[in-house]
Design a protein around this ligand. Structure first.
Ligand code: PMM
Length: 261
């Protein structure tokens, strides 16, 4: 999954693709390079980020989604709002990626159920302004797993098909550095729930910390290493900014796992 943030303030690519033509060209390029889908988001979720209103979010993402779909690019929409998801699906998006796992907007699961599309439920505890204060766990893997299962129950109750659900541990969202590493170390405990698992580590702060406070644009090799290890440990997908490196990493992981190239 290639990341396309149409925002002025995302932590690693904010502002870069605000111009609609640049955004579409970048999404097409990521797809051409091998991303199976492009994840288009119009609201930054970096720690401390302020929310934009729904109309602004729709105005940012819908024209980009429409243009990508016209170019034959499969698109997921990265949003916590049902109204934005509905507009994005209308514009041709075919997956909903909800970083709040349905918690931020209780209408979301109904929109997804009505559309019958895949639904990424990410682990989340609160909005960006408050999430760092919510990073308290007994056992982060056990807690994330059980909170995700509650979100699965809510989605099923709203009519979402079980086979449409994808789970994501939500690295960096109400997680301190080592919470992320524990979730990765024990990824199998999420995978064994039987749902496809998506991992989003690309350029995140915990990678920079590991590498001696490296800035986001120096975290690409570490991101690719996470992609290889996530794939090797049973992840279904990785959400990344640099598609080439992760494609190679995932190819190596697959050959290693199968024992042939
Ligand atoms: N991370 C970000 C945004 N959306 N969606 C999913 N499913 N998983 C993630 O880990 C995730 C996400 C934040 O990263 P960005 O600012 O680089 O988009």
């Amino acid at each position: 999954m290639g990341v396309l943030n149409v925002t002025p303030d995302s932590f690693s690519d904010g502002g870069r693709y605000l111009d609609r033509r640049d955004a579409v060209a970048h999404g097409v390029e990521l797809h051409r390079r091998g991303a199976d889908m492009i994840d288009v988001g119009g609201e930054s979720t970096r720690p401390g980020a302020r929310r934009v209103d729904a109309d602004e979010e729709i105005a940012r993402v819908v024209p980009v989604i429409r243009a990508l779909v016209a170019e034959g690019v499969p698109v997921s929409v990265d949003t916590m709002r049902a109204a934005v998801a509905a507009a994005a699906l209308d514009a041709g998006a075919t997956i909903v990626n909800d970083v709040s796992g349905g918690l931020a907007d209780h209408e979301m699961a109904k929109v997804v159920a009505a559309a019958g599309v895949p639904y990424v439920l990410m682990h989340w505890r609160g909005h960006s302004t408050e999430m760092d204060a919510l990073a308290c766990y007994d056992d982060v893997v056990v807690d994330v797993r059980s909170e995700l299962l509650q979100r699965v129950e809510a989605a099923l109750a709203a009519g979402v098909e079980e086979s449409s659900i994808v789970l994501d541990p939500g690295l960096g969202f109400a997680k301190l550095g080592d919470h992320n590493w524990q979730l990765l170390q024990r990824l199998d405990e999420l995978v064994e729930l039987g749902f496809p698992v998506l991992v989003g580590a690309s350029r995140k702060r915990f990678l920079g910390t590991l590498l001696g406070d490296r800035p986001p644009d120096g975290r690409e090799d570490a991101t690719a290493a996470v992609s290889a290890l996530a794939a090797f440990n049973g992840a279904w997908g990785v959400r990344v900014h640099d598609v080439d490196r992760s494609l190679d990493a995932v190819a190596v992981a697959g050959a290693w796992r199968r024992g042939h190239g």
